[in-house]
Design a protein. Structure first.
Ligand code: GLV
Ligand code: MG
Length: 306
């Protein structure tokens, strides 16, 4: 299990579509997930499970994080999703996305189920991570315990379901509800998720932007979660990939500045025999807190291949 994988862009791929699965292989995303939940009709779920097992075993995913989204635990499908996919392709799977998580018990159920399948199949214990989606009011209220549950690598915001859960009066994900003119109606949920993720040392991922042709809208909405500190965002269509990779990579000037801070800090502090806590970079005073901020930006840039 690796909680520091690059996840700037995470592509949603319906598990029922052979064509879209094939197309996904060639896209420059950091992560993809083969969906068994909302993108797949109830009668197509069984066939989609088998198609997903085939696609994972076939490979060709070029270092991307390989995930499957199973159905939520309030359906009759979840256990069979997990058993079929992990028994069939567990060695080729990095994480399971569990939607509509409203209590840490949901994550514990999946952790125990995975442990059993790993033992039965001789898979490496604990390697498959879990990414809970926070999609309703209960999930947000329980978020600290969810973030700290076993195998969690990232918390994912599910804005569409979340908006429905709190009766938000907007039908367009990311757009402000008409009548709410005092700020950003999404700020609380986003910042709550981000804080819980950082406290548990896991990643925070923003969900989808549904207006797939509106790349400016995507940039505006995704730019907000990127600025707050989120690690990545879902993409639904090839047209969204470049914008999201760019939004969640540091700007070149920020990356260069961060590397300069790290170099200057190390040079000054070691030149002083470890006795100096602050240093100068041009006119800027840098100290241990500046070093920490610089490490975040430089880490993201290095993960993005800068
Ligand atoms: C994604 O699953 C969402 O509900 O936005
Ligand atoms: Mg959802």
């Amino acid at each position: 299990m690796d909680g520091r994988r690059a996840r700037r862009s995470c592509l949603a791929v319906p598990g029922s579509s052979a064509k879209m699965i094939d197309k996904a292989r060639g896209l420059a995303v950091d992560q993809f997930f083969l969906d068994l939940e909302d993108a797949v009709a109830p009668l197509a779920k069984a066939e989609a499970r088998d198609r997903i097992v085939g696609a994972l075993n076939e490979g060709g995913w070029d270092g991307k994080v390989r995930s499957v989204r199973v159905n939520a635990l309030d359906t009759e499908w979840t256990y069979r999703d997990v058993v079929t996919v992990v028994e069939g392709a567990g060695a080729e799977l990095d994480t399971i996305i569990l939607p509509k998580v409203s209590t840490p018990d949901h994550v514990r159920w999946l952790d125990l189920t995975l442990t059993q399948i790993e033992r039965a199949m001789g898979l490496e214990p604990g390697r498959i991570g879990i990414e809970p989606q926070i999609e309703d009011a209960r999930g947000l209220v329980e978020i600290d315990a969810i973030a700290a549950a076993p195998r969690v690598e990232a918390l994912i915001y599910g804005p569409a379901d979340f908006m429905a859960s709190v009766n938000m009066r907007s039908l367009v994900v990311g757009h402000q509800p008409p009548g709410y003119d005092v700020g950003d109606a999404y700020h609380y949920a986003l910042f709550r998720i981000l804080t819980a993720a950082r406290a548990a040392e896991v990643q925070a991922i923003d969900g989808p932007y549904l207006q797939i042709k509106d790349v400016d809208g995507l940039r505006a909405v995704g730019g907000r979660s990127a600025a707050l500190g989120f690690d990545g965002k879902w993409v639904l269509h090839p047209a969204q990939v470049d914008a999201v990779n760019e939004l969640f990579s540091p700007r070149q000037e920020d990356y260069d500045h961060a590397e300069n801070i790290l170099d200057a800090y190390e040079w000054h502090t070691s030149a002083a025999g470890g006795k100096r806590g602050a240093a100068m970079l041009g006119d800027e005073m840098i100290d241990e807190a500046s070093r920490k901020m610089a490490l975040v930006i430089s880490g993201k840039g290095r993960a993005a291949g800068m």
